[in-house]
Design a protein around this ligand. Structure first.
Ligand SMILES: NC(=O)c1ccc[n+]([C@@H]2O[C@H](COP(=O)([O-])OP(=O)(O)OC[C@H]3O[C@@H](n4cnc5c(N)ncnc54)[C@H](OP(=O)(O)O)[C@@H]3O)[C@@H](O)[C@H]2O)c1
Length: 264
């Protein structure tokens, strides 16, 4: 199959593209570095020409609802319309469990962007060709957050109650979905697949485990951002369709201990 991965240089997209290429598919890695800008639309039609599937793994770094909504809505419209024009058989968009729920995203601008992204795809893509793959937070998110909000020996991480998964496990589910035939949800409508990790915990706990293994940052603090639903379990799926295998301990051993080993 010919599969276009938009956001292929990112944490998830890079792994999805690698898995698909290893499985023998023709993979088009689409991001600004390869000449495809999903926001302006430049290069999209060419990248999608003759494709069987397009996978949207785009992201931007912002907490601003205005920026997130503008980015995710615009890119979803551009990709969805280009995919329809090129008769691409399946569009898979990676989203976040419950980010489309107004009671969860009310105080979290990025999640409002993800809600706008899902809605924009539903507007422009035939439901039979669209799959929304909603993942829980990844263990890697704790690393990303510590990198973004570091002040000397202190890192700040949002207090989130979640059921985190390893991004590598989620990438496998995305790759499986991208190569399976698209289907409508039971009873019609857009299919949504929810992916969760093996156990519930707080993101602060994940960050502290990473920091403890690395020896830095020295202190990790939890910040009450994003509203009570984020802290109180609103991000945890009630009945996930897929439960990924990698535990926090296994992920730490692979990601943190292995990178420490390669650095020494
Ligand atoms: N982090 C989590 O815990 C988590 C959990 C569940 C779901 N998700 C979702 O997973 C998806 C991927 O997240 P990620 O953390 O892997 O993203 P990421 O590492 O930040 O990567 C973002 C990708 O988007 C590309 N990009 C940005 N603007 C672009 C543009 N205008 N045109 C083309 N490409 C553009 C970037 O490439 P260039 O800069 O080279 O263009 C990069 O490849 C997101 O939708 C996110 O919401 C994340």
């Amino acid at each position: 199959m010919k599969i276009v991965v938009v956001g292929a240089s990112g944490e998830l997209g890079n792994q999805v593209a690698d898995i698909l290429a290893e499985r023998g598919h023709e993979v088009v890695r689409a991001n600004r570095g390869t000449g495809v800008d999903a926001y302006t639309g430049d290069g999209l039609a060419q990248a999608l020409s003759g494709a069987d599937t397009v996978v949207d793994c785009l992201s931007l770094e912002t907490l601003s609802a205005k920026k997130a909504v503008d980015f995710f809505r615009t890119t979803a419209h551009n990709i969805g319309r280009a995919a329809t024009a090129a008769a691409v058989g399946q569009v898979v968009v990676v989203s976040i469990v419950n980010a489309d729920d107004p009671s969860v995203n009310a105080k979290f601008g990025y999640y409002q962007g993800k809600a706008a992204q899902e809605a924009a795809y539903r507007d422009v893509v035939d439901p039979a060709s669209l799959t929304i793959l909603a993942s829980v937070q990844w263990f890697e998110l704790a690393e990303q957050m510590m990198g973004r909000m570091a002040f000397g020996p202190v890192a700040v991480v949002p207090k989130m109650w979640c059921r985190p998964a390893a991004a590598g496990d989620v990438a496998k589910v995305v790759a499986d979905t991208a190569t399976a035939a698209p289907v409508l949800a039971n009873g019609g409508g857009v299919r949504k697949i929810e992916v969760a990790g093996p156990a519930e915990m707080s993101l602060v706990e994940v960050a502290k485990a990473v920091a403890g293994r690395r020896g830095s940052p020295r202190w990790v603090l939890g910040a009450p951002v994003g509203g009570p639903a984020i802290r109180g379990g609103g991000l945890v799926p009630a009945n996930p369709d897929v439960v990924t295998p990698t535990t926090l301990e296994q992920w730490l051993a692979r990601r943190v201990d292995a990178s420490a080993g390669s650095a020494s």
